[in-house]
Design a protein around this ligand. Structure first.
Ligand code: ZN
Length: 392
């Protein structure tokens, strides 16, 4: 009995064969050959093998067809892609390698086969071999942008940041938008390697380069401020953290505890209140982030923070219902330091894994601030969360 997947493959193959036939019929310069009947018989034979779940025998039939008639190329591309999508990468590789052995292949088809084979190797995790194919593909003008984008993916996976920078520069020359902000991140990656090796001066230079390329890159600002803090240059760290928050208020929840630590280290913790006032004046989004960070890091004693907490707790319906069960309002909670501390403690427990971060592109939520989203693979899309999920 035929399985669902065999039927699916067979039906996809029929579509692929139809595409191949249509391509063969309408391709410029095509001359109809008397061999079509033989081809048709071979298709039926191959299809039979597929339906009987004998893909290797089917493959042999189709590879022989490829040797006989160049007009079946489109069908072979479709079949190779089908095998790859089904995870049968070895079969896909055989099809595409076989195509590349054919001397009569047109330049465009050769480039297409190099691309398909590179994708097969990527799928199989053979990055070196995939890279070879995409480097070759880069020589074909029509596929140049595709090849460069594939190479960028490989270099990011291998953390070959220098080569990733060079490749994105080539994309930039080709007028492909959006390269600069990512290149700025690559310099941050290089800076991080220096920090890990204790080479702080070199790390600073790379961060400076990152900022030259993209001055609003929050990561470079955050890393530079952290270096100053770790070097106990607290006044510089405070200046840099505040500058970051002016440019990108999304990082309030991330930066606030670091800022407080620096103010405390300089013995000027009271100055934090002034800094917070300036932040809070800039809008509700900032006040929400201040309240969230205050709860997460148990920073509850500043007047500005209490105001932010009053607003944060009052505007959330779930909080209001929760407090009403104890016949209290958010004002009562904030006015009572012990109660406020207990409520903050309970809220922290609802976020057992600590502070959370969310991707503003795909919605991925995680406990680490990834600069490249692990889900949608976009750069600089994750931001600190500012909400708790509570059940009443
Ligand atoms: Zn994402």
């Amino acid at each position: 009995m035929l399985t669902e997947s065999a039927l699916l493959l067979a039906s996809l193959f029929i579509i692929a064969a139809a595409c191949g036939w249509a391509f063969a019929t309408y391709y410029p310069g095509h001359k109809k050959e008397p061999r079509e009947q033989k081809l048709s018989a071979n298709y039926s034979k191959g299809l039979n093998f597929l339906l009987n779940q004998q893909p290797d025998k089917a493959l042999e039939v189709f590879l022989r067809i490829a040797e006989m008639d160049t007009e079946t190329v489109a069908t072979h591309f479709a079949l190779g892609n089908l095998f790859r999508r089904r995870g049968e990468v070895d079969r896909a590789i055989r099809i595409h390698e076989n195509l590349l052995k054919r001397e009569e292949l047109s330049v465009e088809h050769r480039a297409h086969a190099v691309l398909a084979l590179g994708d097969d190797f990527m799928h199989a995790g053979l990055l070196d071999r995939a890279e070879e194919n995409f480097l070759e593909l880069r020589q074909f003008e029509l596929f140049r942008e595709t090849a460069l984008k594939r190479l960028v993916s490989i270099y990011e996976l291998e953390q070959e940041w220098r080569r990733a920078i060079e490749t994105r520069r080539e994309l930039e020359v080709g007028k492909v938008a959006g390269q600069t902000p990512v290149i700025a991140h690559y310099y941050c990656e290089l800076a991080q390697l220096c920090i890990d090796e204790g080479k702080t001066d070199k790390a600073r230079r790379r961060l400076r380069r990152s900022k030259q390329i993209h001055k609003d890159n929050p990561r470079a600002m955050l890393m530079r401020a952290d270096i100053a803090r770790d070097a106990k240059d607290y006044s510089l760290a405070i200046k840099l953290y505040r500058k970051l928050l002016e440019r990108d208020p999304d990082f309030v929840a991330e930066v606030l505890p670091r800022l407080l630590a620096c103010y405390e280290a300089t013995g000027a913790a009271a100055d934090l209140d002034k800094a917070l006032q300036a932040l809070a004046r800039k809008g509700q989004k900032n006040r929400t982030a201040i309240a969230y960070a205050a709860i997460m890091d148990d920073i509850l004693d500043y007047p500005v923070i209490k105001e932010c907490l009053r607003e944060y707790l009052a505007k959330n319906e779930a909080f209001r219902e929760w407090f009403a069960a104890f016949q209290m309002s958010s004002d009562d909670i904030v006015a009572n330091p012990d109660m406020l501390r207990r409520v903050a403690g309970i809220l922290r427990k609802t976020s057992a894994d600590g502070r959370m971060y969310q991707c503003n592109q795909c919605g991925y939520i995680g406990v680490h601030l990834y600069w490249k989203c692990p889900s949608c693979k976009k750069w600089d899309t994750m931001r600190p969360s500012t909400s708790f999920s509570i059940q009443t």
